[in-house]
Design a protein around this ligand. Structure first.
Ligand code: ZN
Length: 271
């Protein structure tokens, strides 16, 4: 039996209420949804912020407000995005890490075309700077992998000291411009990471359930939420809480245990 971490990605940068009325947008809505997910079994909250028009923003004030609200309710591990707005400057992408010192933050280990919205740029200079910022602020990088090249980039940064082991990976499968959400692709990507790493995975859209089942079967951790998938099943819109509850049930039914926040801290070596 192993303890499996559920990360809840409750909002992301894109879906709006028109796509799914349950997507939380304001700091209050995000904090409430995170708390419901925590009660349903999530031990990490992956956070994005929205501006007043509902677009993705790296506004430090919104992160601070939201994280403060969450911390009043529960001890869930906070994992902030560093890629919540394609037009944000390198400085803005790290400002909230310096002020909030979250336990974790995303580290997108390469650049890519977001086929629907433009360039997703993670310049080598930015990735070096971000790696050192995270070390200084004691933030554990969650290395997001959209294709195999990004794993090799992470090995380069590990060797160079920009990243410190043991590394934690998040395999993002099914993004428009990244690797497709198939079992074979997850098995391949996982085969590339260093011994002793921890990892999690999720499939976007219709890849959501197959990748969740595969990750659990392979001994990995999982991420669920409306950032990645708007539907519970074809034609039925989901809530964040439902997606977390389903993941928790599958973990338990498959003979494993849902990790608590403190379990997640221990598994990931958070201080
Ligand atoms: Zn994200």
């Amino acid at each position: 039996m192993s303890k499996i971490i559920i990360t809840a990605a409750v909002t992301g940068a894109w879906p709006k209420k028109e796509q799914n009325p349950h997507v939380p947008m304001t700091p209050q809505e995000i904090a409430e949804d995170v708390y419901k997910c925590y009660l349903a079994g999530a031990s990490i909250a992956h956070l994005h912020m929205r501006d007043d028009e509902g677009n993705g923003t790296m506004d430090k004030g919104k992160f601070e407000e939201t994280v403060n609200l969450i911390r009043q309710k529960c001890d869930i591990v906070i994992n902030c995005t560093t890629s919540g707005d394609l037009n944000a400057t390198d400085e803005t992408r790290q400002a909230h890490l310096k002020s909030l010192k979250p336990e974790m933050a995303s580290y997108d280990c390469g650049s890519m075309n977001w086929m629907h919205s433009g360039l997703f740029i993670n310049h080598p200079k930015f990735l070096e700077e971000l790696g050192y910022t995270m070390q200084e602020c004691n933030v554990k990088p969650e290395i997001e992998i959209f294709d195999a090249g990004m794993v090799y980039n992470s090995l380069h940064y590990l060797k160079k000291g920009v990243l410190k082991g043991p590394l934690h990976y998040q395999f993002v499968l099914g993004a428009a411009g990244g690797t497709a959400a198939t079992v074979e692709n997850l098995v391949y990507l996982k085969s590339l990471i260093p011994e002793g790493s921890t990892w999690s995975a999720f499939g976007i859209g219709k890849g959501h359930v197959p990748i969740m089942l595969t990750a659990i079967a392979m001994g990995g951790h999982v991420r669920v939420g409306l950032e990645d998938n708007l539907y519970y099943r074809p034609g039925v819109l989901a809530t964040n809480e439902q997606l977390v509850s389903r993941a928790a049930n599958i973990i338990r039914e498959s003979g494993n245990e849902v990790a608590s926040s403190d379990d997640a801290r221990e598994i990931l070596g958070l201080k």
